[in-house]
Design a protein around this ligand. Structure first.
Ligand SMILES: NC(=O)c1ccc[n+]([C@@H]2O[C@H](COP(=O)([O-])OP(=O)(O)OC[C@H]3O[C@@H](n4cnc5c(N)ncnc54)[C@H](OP(=O)(O)O)[C@@H]3O)[C@@H](O)[C@H]2O)c1
Length: 287
């Protein structure tokens, strides 16, 4: 079985990016190249055995030359939500350099086969469509909600309550996964499974057997309150997506079971990380 040995990671300073890089760097026989924006210095946390290159995302030829120089076989991206569309030129560079697999920055709600697309997911779908159109195989990873973000999703930090939208019943189970497990999973599968097992797969994982929004009351030891808008932390704007997110949770788009179309990853893929003990929600929340 031939597995990948040379991997580039963009967005390596996100929490999952760090977990991906550190796991890859500790994997024998694997070489790792971290791509940052040209304006970003080499991240201080990088182990010595990890190479670094600053790139202009828009310069496809120059990025392709760097990827070729390092014989990169897989590009993994964990860039943040404002940088999603920059992955289109990164994908073009990867294709030109002969990269075999591209893992785009997804890591949330499933984005394959949705009957209606919330605004914050549109750019991720644009990237997925682009990868398909240029014939670069991709793997899209959907871990539900990061366990570290769960309190934010119900506005718990704002008023110590589990705030659930009035329009949402709150009884649909959803998946949660710790950020270290998301990163560890991505690093593990690209170094332990062949391209045929990963190419053009939608992969749903979960660290914890599913929980519901209503059950979070018991988990956090807090009252559940129905609200018209999820309260955002003071001074933080752009939190409208929390309302969209709860609505998507209600529809079952953040669990491993809800089937929308063939090949949407329903059924789950935890088994690809053989023998791993996944971190539970209570462990992450230190409850
Ligand atoms: N499921 C969930 O609960 C959940 C929660 C949060 C996030 N997410 C998802 O996880 C992924 C990472 O998000 P995050 O919020 O954790 O990321 P983050 O920490 O804000 O990401 C930082 C990384 O993004 C890169 N970046 C920032 N602006 C950029 C730009 N204009 N062009 C290129 N790169 C840029 C930085 O690159 P440099 O290294 O060059 O500085 C850095 O490495 C996203 O897909 C996000 O939607 C999921």
């Amino acid at each position: 079985m031939s597995t990948f040995k040379s991997i580039a990671v963009a967005g390596a300073q996100s929490a999952i990016g760090k977990a991906i890089v550190l796991t890859l760097a500790a994997t024998p026989g694997v070489s790792v190249l971290v791509l940052t924006r040209a304006t970003t210095a080499r991240p201080e946390y990088l182990p010595e055995n990890v190479a670094h290159a600053g790139i202009d995302y828009a310069d496809v030829d120059a990025t392709a030359a760097i990827l070729s120089e390092h014989s990169v076989q897989v590009v993994i991206s964990s860039v943040n939500s404002v940088a999603i569309l920059g992955q289109i030129s990164l994908a073009d560079a990867a294709k030109a350099a002969g990269v075999k697999l591209f893992v785009p920055s997804e890591y949330g709600c499933i984005s394959k086969g949705l009957p209606e697309v919330p605004s914050f997911l549109q750019v991720k779908i644009q990237v997925a469509d682009h990868l398909q159109s240029i014939g670069l195989p991709s793997m899209r990873v959907f871990p539900g909600i990061f366990q570290e973000y769960l309190e934010l999703v119900v506005g718990f930090g704002t008023n110590k309550k589990v705030n659930i939208l009035s329009s949402v019943k709150g009884d649909t189970p959803f998946s949660t996964t710790s950020m270290d497990d998301v990163g560890g999973f991505v690093a593990h599968v690209v170094t332990h499974h062949p391209l045929s097992a990963l190419a053009d797969k939608a992969v749903r994982i979960e660290g914890e057997r599913r929980v519901t929004l209503n059950e979070l009351g018991a988990v956090l030891g807090a009252p559940v309150e129905k609200v018209d808008v999820i309260p955002a932390p003071e001074g933080v704007s752009g939190m409208f997506f929390l309302d969209q997110l709860q609505t998507l949770v209600e529809k079952g788009y953040l669990n491993t079971e809800t089937k929308l179309v063939d090949g949407d990853g329903s059924g789950g893929a935890n088994g690809l990380w053989e023998g791993h003990r996944w971190t539970t929600l209570k462990e992450t929340l230190k409850l």
